[in-house]
Write a protein that binds this ligand. Structure first.
Ligand code: LM2
Ligand code: CA
Length: 505
């Protein structure tokens, strides 16, 4: 460590003094005055996505400016096409046509959301259901009024033209065994009419649907049920998309299954389901050291290559199962999300949904079934009391927002990245840009730790992003002239510091 100018120490001490009297104030690094030490600029890299599950287009449009400010780069939406009627959360996964007209909003509202978010600097990635149509045995009418039958969608698909698979491999043509790639791809997933995605007419129409989404300005798609289409089909359907368009295939990794996520890398990126499943056990057990190794040479599981992998703590399917953590795990979930955001494996997608007890329950809807606009009330967080249907707003939990900002400010792990482990306390360093320490213990843990940061007072963004005027949430953390910080890391919690959130002094 170099010698410190007196002013620097004074500035650090002033920050501490302010903290002690509760007058904490922060300033963004950009406003560094002459008395400030030289610090690297925050990077403002924005590779974090957020899945706003069942949020309406209007609600997403309204949220985009604050998402941008927090440091989110893009939103994953629920499927936007016409779907069956009903209250359950999953109606969007039973397409009736490719009209952009759903209980989440109209085509105009969708387009307005895309532009509002683009203006704020946030991309829209939309969920594309391409593998199948409805699973209804009786004829019906979709959200936008299109008539349909299980294997007949007038003007779009019909059995007589060979648009559907009837696999003939199982008694009811439903997938019965995931050990058979043929069944997984050509039989029906829970009775959902399975499109013949290897045929030219089906591929052509699906390409047109994606082209329509591109024309509306979306910046990427999640390929729903990609596992249930052959990689060649996914490649063919997505081949003509723009060069920088994000394609993320949903291919759930199953230990003994013949269909492997790796097969889909030709078409683009792929979700790594094993990451969140492995993380769940690690966080519950508290040996956070293992979280640092996920995806590395030392980690035991084999994952997708980092550059093509998208990771998540949970999504709308897994939060309804028992293999990952969910908002119901409270503080452990917040900690897991922070570890994901600090990970240098893959790229993270934060999840944000609504509270539910019943697996089938849909989001709050009006009398016609239109979903009500989500809003995040004050006081969201792991301890908030939630009633059925309340928007959980995980993306706005203070620690999650703060660590999204941390990741945006520190950027990708470079040469100066570091980790250190002391029992159940693990620290992740990003050179002089940022540092984060997480506590796997079930009690608060006092420690004196080397941060690698320049001396000074930093906001602990795990308490929340600094306010618009730069004021820290909670007490600033002092990094001394040797780069050490004396801290008590909350039980199952963390402390996160970065150069984009300096305490004023
Ligand atoms: C997915 N990825 O591959 C989605 O992420 C997942 O949420 C979808 O299932 C699935 N694929 C099909 O797109 C959800 C939900 C299912 C639901 C389906 C269809 O998890 O429970 O199935 O959407 O809406 C429901 C009923 C099921 C019934 C089926 C057909 O739960 O019992 O099967 O509809 O009517 C007879
Ligand atoms: Ca299929």
């Amino acid at each position: 460590m170099r010698d410190l100018p007196a002013a620097r120490v004074a500035s650090a001490l002033l920050g501490l003094a302010l903290a002690v009297v509760g007058l904490t104030a922060c300033s963004p690094a950009a406003s560094s005055g002459p008395e400030r030490p030289e610090r690297p600029e925050p990077l403002a890299s924005k590779d974090v996505g957020v899945q706003l599950f069942q949020w309406t287009w209007d609600a997403i449009a309204a949220e985009c400016p604050s998402l941008a400010e927090t440091g989110y780069g893009w939103v994953l939406t629920s499927p936007p096409q016409e779907h069956i009627l009903g209250e359950a959360w999953w109606t969007a996964y039973q397409p009736v046509s490719y009209r952009i007209e759903s209980r989440l909003g109209s085509r105009e509202q969708f387009a307005a959301m895309v532009s509002a978010c683009a203006e704020a600097g946030v991309g829209i990635v939309t969920d594309a259901v391409l593998n199948h149509m409805t699973g209804q045995d009786e004829p019906g009418e979709g959200w936008a009024g299109s008539r349909y039958d299980h294997y007949d969608y007038p003007g779009l698909w019909s059995d007589s033209e060979g648009h559907f698979h009837h696999c003939g491999l199982t008694t009811n043509d439903d997938i019965a065994s995931y050990s058979s790639a043929a069944q997984v791809r050509e039989c029906e997933l829970v009775n959902l009419a399975d499109l013949a995605t290897e045929t030219v007419p089906v591929r052509t129409r699906l390409r047109e649907y994606l082209a329509d989404l591109v024309s509306l300005g979306v910046t990427g798609v999640r390929i729903d049920a990609a596992k249930h289409m052959s990689p060649a089909d996914v490649e063919a359907i997505t081949a003509e998309l723009p060069e920088d368009f994000l394609v993320i295939s949903e291919v759930i990794r199953g230990a003994q299954e013949p269909v492997r996520p790796e097969e889909y890398l030709e078409a683009g990126d792929v979700f790594e389901f094993a990451w969140g499943r492995d993380l769940a056990g690690i966080v519950k057990g508290g040996s956070l050291r293992l979280a640092l190794e996920l995806g590395s040479q030392e980690g035991s599981s084999t994952y997708l290559p980092s550059a093509a992998a998208w990771i998540f703590v949970d999504n709308h399917d897994t939060e309804r199962g028992d293999q990952t953590l969910s908002y119901k795990d409270g503080q452990d979930y917040a900690l897991a999300t922070a570890l994901m955001l600090a990970s240098d494996y893959g790229r993270p997608v934060v999840y944000s949904g609504f509270a539910f007890r019943d697996r089938e329950a849909g989001p709050p809807q009006d009398a016609e079934g239109a979903v009500l606009d989500a809003e995040c009330p004050e006081g969201v967080g792991p301890e908030a009391e939630l009633a059925e249907g309340d928007w959980v707003c995980q993306h706005a939990w203070p620690s999650i927002e703060g660590v999204v900002g941390w990741r945006a400010a520190v950027g990708p792990a470079g040469e100066d990245a570091s980790t250190s482990v002391d029992g159940r306390v693990v620290a992740i360093g990003r050179g002089q840009r940022g540092w984060l320490v997480a506590n796997g213990n079930r009690e608060p843990t006092p420690q004196r730790l080397a941060t690698g940061l320049e001396p000074g007072a930093y906001c602990d963004v795990a308490q929340g992003s600094p306010a618009e005027d730069g004021a820290c949430v909670g007490e600033p953390v002092l990094v001394d002239e040797e780069g050490f910080a004396e801290l008590t890391i909350p039980a199952r919690g963390l402390v996160a510091l970065h150069v984009g959130a300096l305490a004023q002094g």
